[in-house]
Design a binder for this molecule. Structure first.
Ligand code: NDP
Length: 332
C-alpha cells in the first residue's frame, strides 16, 4: 500500500516538504477488519489544524506517521460477515490507496441515487455541516437575509442553497475572485456575491444588504466576521463554522473590534462542530437527497488525480484553488 506521511509540522503554509509518499505491506484483514481499496479521499481545511501540535477536538497528526481523513473505496477482503468484497464504503482512513480498517464505524453506501464521492461532499460532512449550522446553530427563519462566507466552497455552496430552502428571502455569498462570484450567483442561485479580494467587504455588504443581515454562516473569520457584526440586525445569529483566513497564521490575529454590536442587537454568536449534530443525519439525507433529485440544490467538485498529488491538492485547497468540494481520485 502507498500512503502519505507527515514529515514535519508546518510553520505557516504547508509545502510539498511537509509530506512524503511511502509504502508499507499490509496483512490480510483479521476478525472485525476490512481491507478497502480507496477510490476517493477528502482533503479538508480542519486537517491544517491537526498538523500543528495543539490540543483540539481531534488529536494532532503524528510526525512520521500516515495521515488520515474521509475516504470512499471498495471492500476487497472482509473479516466481518456484514461486509462483502465489492461493497462501497465510507471510512476514515484516507491518504493511502489501500486501507486496513476496523469494520466498526465503516458505512456502507447506497450509491443508487448519487455518485459515491458525493458522500465526501454534499451528502457527507460538508453538507451536514451546512445543514446543521442553519437548522440548529444559527436557525434561518422565513424572510431572513442570510450571508454565507466561502460560498463557493463545499460547505458554503451547500449552505446558501439550504438557506433558501429554509425560507431565506435574500442569500448573499462571499468568495475570492469574479469567477467564483459568478458561479455562486449563476449556478448556485445566490441573490448576490461579494468578492472579498476586491476589499471593502463591509461596504459591499451594505450595498447588497442595506438593512443588514439576520444570519451569518461564517467559514472565514477575520475581516468578514467583523463586517457581519457591523451589519447584524436585531436578534441576528452568527454560526462560527470555521476561520480559514487564519489557519496558516503564525500569530493570533486581533479579534473582531466590534464585538459589542452583540449588545445593541441582542445578537448571538455560536461556534459549532458537526459531530454534535449527527442526530440530524437522516433528516439531512432525506432533505438534501430530495433537493438534489429535483434540481433545487447543485454542487460542484474539483478533482485532483493521484494519491501522490494529495499534498498538492491540500495546499491548493487552503489557497482557494477549488470550486465546490476538493477531492483526490485515487487510481490503481
Ligand atoms: P472549502 O471548500 O470552502 O475550501 C476552502 C475555501 O476557503 C477556499 O476554496 C477559499 O475560497 C477559502 N479561503 C481560503 N483562504 C481564505 C481567506 N484567507 N479568506 C477567505 N477565504 C479563504 O472548504 P470546506 O467547505 O471543507 O470548509 C469550509 C469551512 O468550514 C472551513 O473553515 C472549515 O474549517 C469549516 N468546517 C467546519 C466544520 C465544523 O464542524 N465546524 C466541519 C466542516 C468544515 P476563496 O477562493 O473564496 O477564497
Amino acid at each position: 500500500s502507498r500512503e502519505i506521511r507527515l514529515t514535519e509540522r508546518p510553520h505557516g503554509e504547508p509545502t510539498p516538504a511537509t509530506f512524503e509518499l511511502a509504502s508499507r505491506e499490509l496483512p490480510d484483514p483479521g476478525d472485525g477488519q476490512l481491507l478497502v481499496r480507496n477510490r476517493w479521499m477528502s482533503v479538508d481545511p480542519y486537517m491544517r489544524g491537526r498538523m500543528s501540535d495543539r490540543p483540539s477536538y481531534v488529536a494532532p497528526y503524528e510526525v512520521g506517521a500516515v495521515l488520515d481523513g474521509g475516504a470512499v473505496g471498495e471492500v476487497v477482503a472482509s473479516g466481518d460477515a456484514s461486509f462483502a468484497p465489492g461493497d462501497v464504503v465510507l471510512h476514515g482512513l484516507g491518504w493511502r490507496d489501500l486501507a486496513l480498517t476496523p469494520s466498526k464505524g465503516v458505512q456502507k453506501l447506497d450509491t443508487s441515487r448519487a455518485p459515491e464521492q458525493a458522500f465526501l461532499g454534499v451528502l457527507g460532512i460538508p453538507g451536514l455541516t451546512a445543514y446543521a449550522g442553519l437548522v440548529e446553530v444559527a436557525p434561518v427563519r422565513a424572510g431572513d437575509v442570510v450571508w454565507i462566507s466561502a460560498a463557493a466552497g463545499a460547505v458554503g455552496s451547500a449552505a446558501g442553497q439550504i438557506a433558501r430552502h429554509l425560507g431565506a428571502a435574500r442569500v448573499i455569498g462571499s468568495a475570492g475572485g469574479p469567477e467564483k462570484c459568478r458561479h455562486v450567483v449563476e449556478q448556485l442561485g445566490f441573490d448576490a456575491a461579494i468578492d472579498y479580494k476586491q476589499g471593502g467587504v463591509f461596504e459591499q455588504l451594505r450595498e447588497q444588504a442595506p438593512d443588514g443581515v439576520d444570519v451569518f454562516f461564517d467559514n472565514v473569520g477575520g475581516e468578514q466576521l467583523e463586517a457581519a457584526l457591523g451589519a447584524l440586525r436585531l436578534r441576528g445569529r452568527i454560526a462560527v463554522c470555521g476561520a480559514i483566513s487564519i489557519y496558516n497564521a503564525t500569530s493570533a490575529p486581533p479579534g473582531p473590534r466590534n464585538l459589542s454590536r452583540l449588545v445593541q442587537t441582542r445578537g448571538r454568536i455560536q461556534g459549532m462542530l458537526v459531530m454534535d449534530h449527527f442526530h440530524l443525519r437522516e433528516r439531512f439525507l432525506a432533505d438534501v437527497g430530495r433537493w438534489l433529485a429535483d434540481g433545487t440544490l447543485r454542487y460542484r467538485e474539483t478533482v485532483v488525480d493521484g494519491l501522490e498529488n494529495a499534498p498538492q491538492a491540500f495546499i491548493a485547497l487552503l489557497r482557494g484553488a477549488n470550486t465546490g468540494k476538493m477531492l483526490v481520485r485515487i487510481g490503481d
